[in-house]
Design a protein around this ligand. Sequence first.
Ligand code: ATP
Length: 178
Amino acid sequence: SLHEVSRLKKLINDLLHITRAEHPRLKNEEMTDLSETLHQLVKNLEIIHPDYHLFLEVDMKISKISISRQHLEQIMIILLDNAIKYSINNKSIWITAKQEEGEIIVSVADSGMGIPSEHLAKVFNRFYRVDKARSRENGGTGLGLSIAQRLIKKYNGAISIESQEGVGTKVKIVLPYS
Ligand code: ATP
């Protein structure tokens, strides 16, 4: 079906991105303006999803961080897309960026359906999806978070998730700051 074709296209696209991210010649030297990138993403998402409220708070101290803009955007789009997909009944999303002891911490929090604790440890696995039936209509592949994790690790960063079923989810990425 058309739906299946578009899922496969997305899958191939995602796999290509992983391959590119793992290219041995990749140098992690690019600097990106975090605040500007986040504001731009939020602005675009507000146009696509006018029914959601996106709250963005960026620590004034942060200027440029060492990650390619393309990778930062890719990671943020994965997290924001999930926050949007899995919070259809409570459409507020909070995005914060702060600097703490040599680290940049960016978080995306929603008050959506949340993730049952028994599934939480597995959501970074490739193709893992919580309760396929409940989220099938969203048409995800289960690759988003594993891609985000691979990308952030390229920059010696980390990703973590906290969630409570029926309450909401918070995903945090941590990047070393020099
Ligand atoms: P896609 O590859 O399109 O992102 P996906 O959303 O299914 O598909 P992941 O991003 O890897 O894949 O997420 C894995 C699973 O974790 C999802 O299927 C969903 O069940 C759960 N999940 C991720 N983010 C959230 C969130 N913000 N709220 C609730 N559940 C989430």
